[in-house]
Structures are given as C-alpha cells and as structure tokens.
Design a protein around this ligand. Structure first.
Ligand SMILES: [Zn+2]
Length: 145
C-alpha cells in the first residue's frame, strides 16, 4: 500500500501548515478537548480556511474521489494535532467531533498507524460507517458542559 506513504507525507505537510498559520485552542476549547479524551489539548491548533482542499497527488486525489472523502461539503478535517475548520462553521459540535479524531490519533501513536487504520476503515466500510467516524460522532457535544 504505497499510497499510505503518500498520505503520511500529505498529512504531515498539512499539519505543519496548520501549526504555522493556525491558532492554539482557547481555554474553553481545551476543556472540550479534555472532555472528549484528548491527552494534550495544549498541543492542538485550529486553522480556519475558506475551503478544505483535497490532496493534489493523483493517487490520493483519486482515492478521495472514489470514497467521497473531502468534498465541497467538508467543514472540518483533523490532521494529528492540526484541525482545519471551514470559515463560518466553527461550532462546539464540529470542534468536539474533530477533537475526538485528535484523541484517535494520540491513541494510534503515529501518523502512519492512524492513517493505515483510518484509510482501511473507509475502504472497508465507507466514510460514513467507518468506526473512527462513528466514534467521533458519538462524542459530539452541543455545549461545553
Ligand atoms: Zn470525522
């Protein structure tokens, strides 16, 4: 599965952009992160962008196309400790969902381990029914309480 290496490269590149151009979580957002299980809320960055783009690398782009991953409707994407949010869509519900992906990344232990599992789940179950997505939806919160 050579595309895993390409996916790792893209993931880490995007994460670095978020580290460079995003912001750290507010105190309230760090509390929300802890609530959904994130071990290191102080390491998480959020970057609000006009649109969340698919990878340009052809094999990754065609996988996205095939599995309906990263469409015009995508409003959040988590890359390790970096979270992209589409401008105008930052809510407690969306952030809690994305923060649960941060938790999953921490538990996986590495970018490669996280992506191997996540991509495998999407290929086997589809995006909506991937266990990582079901888990993230199960941890969505409507308020900080
Ligand atoms: Zn998700």
């Amino acid at each position: 599965m050579l595309f895993i290496a390409a996916a790792v490269h893209w993931f880490e590149q995007q994460q670095q952009i978020i580290f460079n151009q995003g912001r750290l979580l507010t105190a309230d957002e760090q509390q929300l992160a802890a609530l959904v299980g994130v071990a290191n809320p102080e390491r998480v960055y959020v970057y609000e962008v006009a649109s969340i783009k698919r990878p340009e690398e052809p094999e990754l782009a065609s996988l996205c196309e095939q599995f309906g991953f990263l469409t015009e409707d995508t409003i959040g994407l988590t890359l390790g400790y970096g979270i992209y949010i589409k401008q105008g869509y930052l809510t407690t519900r969306l952030l809690s969902h994305e923060l649960r992906h941060v938790y999953q990344y921490e538990q996986a232990g590495s970018t490669e381990a996280f992506l191997t599992r996540y991509i495998g789940e999407i290929m086997q179950f589809g995006y909506f029914n991937a266990p990582y997505e079901i888990d993230a939806r199960a941890h969505e919160k409507d308020s900080m309480l």
